[in-house]
Design a protein. Structure first.
Length: 158
């Protein structure tokens, strides 16, 4: 199983970021290569299931994502966990923590390609760099989406 980790600072409150990642309808707005959801069940919290299509390297793969954890902690942080299956399977975990006038998101992405040893070799030789780049670009897209989605207060001239 491949493992990716990224720490991203967002100039928005934890709740504003949570509102975006909780909504499966918004995933294609920031996740590279993702379209859909074609079907979605649930409110975004644990038990939510959504079916997407992921395009990568000219191939289109069905991807089913399930929200398995949403925990709001006493310190104002939030922990999330999604599991997914299809042409690629694994999990995505996020910890959103209030930090420096915004929030810091620590994101871990674990994935496995189908195909046993041949899938692992193909991942190592071809897919791994692409998945890493798409992962990093998706988090940057999420940061831009979150920061531009937050309404800024209107300042009236005196």
């Amino acid at each position: 199983m491949a493992h990716l980790n990224q720490i991203t600072h967002f100039n928005v409150a934890v709740d504003a970021l949570n509102d975006i990642v909780r909504d499966p309808q918004r995933v294609p707005e920031y996740w590279v290569g993702m379209t859909g959801p074609h079907r979605a069940f649930g409110d975004g919290g644990p038990g939510t299931k959504a079916e997407f299509t992921l395009a990568m390297l000219g191939m289109r793969q069905r991807l089913v994502m399930r929200t398995v954890e949403e925990r709001h902690n006493a310190d104002g942080s939030t922990d999330w966990r999604w599991e997914y299956e299809g042409g690629i399977s694994g999990s995505l975990t996020c910890h959103h923590e209030p930090r420096e006038g915004g929030c810091q998101a620590t994101t871990d992405f674990d994935y496995t390609l189908r195909g046993g040893i041949f899938g692992r070799m193909f991942d190592r030789l071809v897919i791994e760099r692409r998945v890493r780049r798409d992962f990093e670009d998706s988090l940057e897209n999420l940061r831009l989406l979150a920061e531009t989605s937050v309404a800024t207060p209107v300042v009236k001239a005196a």
